[in-house]
Design a protein around this ligand. Structure first.
Ligand code: MN
Length: 194
């Protein structure tokens, strides 16, 4: 299945060199919408927040990473849609490639749109999304609020005040992969045969 939404994703990458998924498989329907956050040590360390929506992963780069504190309004810069398979990607993007560096699956789980289910895309296009995350590290309500349109729209990612809000816990200290238990450094270590 050709997915026109992934044009920008494919254009940026050379799949002969990068191990990232090509995005050629048909997106598998799942009963629940999934999300992933990938810690990405590229030229600048950031966290890539991706929400399954409309057959792709809508994506935002959060330079400072998510916070459990309602008062932290974390800048989230929207990036190109990624294929659904990307949620499973952990590894090394070779130097010189787009986003070259190490990728770690920092959190994953499912999410629910707060509001009428049919209005998920509507809210996304309006630039105001309220979601409930059911991850291993992030739980409860969050808001994504678009503050600037354009080529790379800017949003704010904010924890909603609920029982999971926590002003004292620095969730980023939980820095291991939720899939492999590895640290960024361990994922970045190439084996001796490379
Ligand atoms: Mn990234």
């Amino acid at each position: 299945m050709k997915n026109i939404k992934l044009k920008s994703y494919k254009k940026k990458r050379d799949f002969y060199i990068t191990p990232e998924p090509k995005g050629q498989k048909s997106p598998k329907a799942s009963s629940k919408l999934r999300f992933v956050i990938q810690k990405h040590a590229a030229s600048h360390l950031h966290y890539d927040f991706r929400l399954e929506m409309d057959g792709v992963l809508k994506s935002w780069a959060i330079p400072k990473g998510p916070s459990l504190n309602h008062e932290d309004k974390r800048l989230a810069i929207q990036t190109e849609d990624h294929p659904l398979e990307y949620q499973y990607f952990e590894g090394i993007i070779p130097a010189g490639q787009y986003g070259g560096g190490t990728v770690l699956i920092w959190d994953k789980g499912t999410y629910e749109h707060i509001g009428d289910e049919s209005s998920l895309l509507k809210d996304y296009h309006k630039g105001h999304l309220v979601i409930e995350l059911k991850g291993k590290k992030l739980k409860g309500g969050f808001v994504l609020q678009r503050i600037k349109n354009g080529d790379k729209p800017q949003w704010l990612f904010i924890k909603i005040k609920d029982k999971y809000e926590n002003k004292k816990c620095d969730i980023l200290k939980k820095d291991k992969s939720v899939v492999t238990g590895k640290t960024l450094r361990e994922i970045g270590l190439k084996d001796s045969h490379d």
